[in-house]
Write a protein that binds this ligand. Structure first.
Ligand SMILES: C[S@@+](CC[C@H](N)C(=O)[O-])C[C@H]1O[C@@H](n2cnc3c(N)ncnc32)[C@H](O)[C@@H]1O
Length: 220
C-alpha cells in the first residue's frame, strides 16, 4: 500500500449557490483513487455520511452501485437530484443504518462530520443537540459496528479525516483511527498531501495541508 499520495484540492462539480458556503466535500480524485484500488465495476459502494454526494457520484461514474445515508434534508435533496440511483440515497441517521434494508456492501468510503475536542455540540445530529468529544467518538464506533455487519468479509472501509488545528490541536484523525480499530482491523493510513488553493490556514481548511485516509478491513 502506498502511504503517501499528493492530489490537487479541486472539485470538478460546481455546487448551486446555497451550498457553496458549506462545501466540505472531498475531491473526486480521492474517491477515484480508492475505488480504483479496492473495487471492481458492479461492486456496491456505501457512504454513511454522504454529504453532497461525492462518493456516490464518483462511484456511479465508475460503474459501481452507490448507496448513501445523509441526515440533512437539503443535502439529501441535492444528492437525489444528481444521482441516477435515486432510491439508493437515504434520508436518515448513520447510527440507524441497520434499519434501512441496505444490501451487502463491497466497499465503504466516507468522511464523518468533524469535531474539535472542546466543541459542545454533537455533529452527528448536525449540531442540533449538545455533545462531547468522547461520546462522539463512541458513536462513530457504533456506526462502524453496524457497517461491519453489512460489509462483505474482507471488504474495506476507508475513512478520510484530518487533525484539527485551532488554538489547540485536536488529533481527530488519530482518535478516529484508535476508536474504529476496536471494531475493524486497521491496515494503516494513507497520508494525502493536498495541493491547491491556499486559504491562509492550510490548503485543507483545518489548519493542515494534508489529511489521512484510514484503511480498515473486515476480517472474519
Ligand atoms: C464531511 S461531510 C461529508 C462530505 C462528503 N464526503 C462529500 O464529499 O460530499 C459529513 C456529512 O455527514 C452528515 N451527517 C452528520 N451526522 C450524520 C448522521 N448521524 N447520519 C448521516 N449523516 C450525517 C452531515 O450532514 C454532512 O453532510
Amino acid at each position: 500500500m502506498r502511504t503517501f499520495i499528493v492530489l490537487k484540492r479541486i472539485q470538478k462539480r460546481l455546487l448551486p449557490p446555497e451550498f457553496q458556503s458549506q462545501d466540505n466535500r472531498y475531491p473526486e480524485a480521492l474517491v477515484e483513487y480508492f475505488l480504483g484500488k479496492y473495487t471492481e465495476p458492479g461492486d456496491t459502494v456505501l457512504d454513511v455520511f454522504a454529504g453532497l454526494g461525492t462518493t456516490m457520484l464518483v462511484a456511479e461514474d465508475m460503474g459501481r452501485v452507490p448507496y448513501g445515508i445523509e441526515l440533512d434534508g437539503s443535502r439529501f435533496g441535492f444528492i437525489k437530484s444528481e444521482v441516477q440511483h435515486k432510491s439508493n440515497v437515504i434520508l436518515g441517521d448513520a447510527l440507524r443504518l441497520d434499519s434501512y434494508g441496505l444490501p451487502r456492501i463491497d466497499f465503504v468510503m466516507t468522511s464523518p462530520p468533524y469535531m474539535n475536542r472542546d466543541d459542545g455540540m454533537n455533529p452527528l445530529t448536525c449540531s442540533r443537540t449538545d455533545g462531547d468529544y468522547a461520546s462522539y467518538l463512541r458513536d462513530l464506533g457504533r456506526v462502524c459496528t453496524k457497517v461491519r455487519k453489512i460489509l462483505k468479509p474482507h471488504g474495506r472501509l476507508v475513512i478520510e479525516a484530518s487533525n484539527l488545528k485551532r488554538a489547540e490541536v485536536t488529533p481527530f484523525a488519530w482518535d478516529v483511527a484508535r476508536e474504529i480499530s476496536r471494531v475493524f482491523y486497521f491496515e494503516g493510513e494513507v497520508v494525502v498531501g493536498w495541493e491547491g488553493q491556499d486559504d491562509g490556514c492550510g490548503t485543507y481548511g483545518y489548519g493542515y495541508d494534508h489529511s489521512y485516509c484510514l484503511v480498515f478491513r473486515n476480517l472474519p
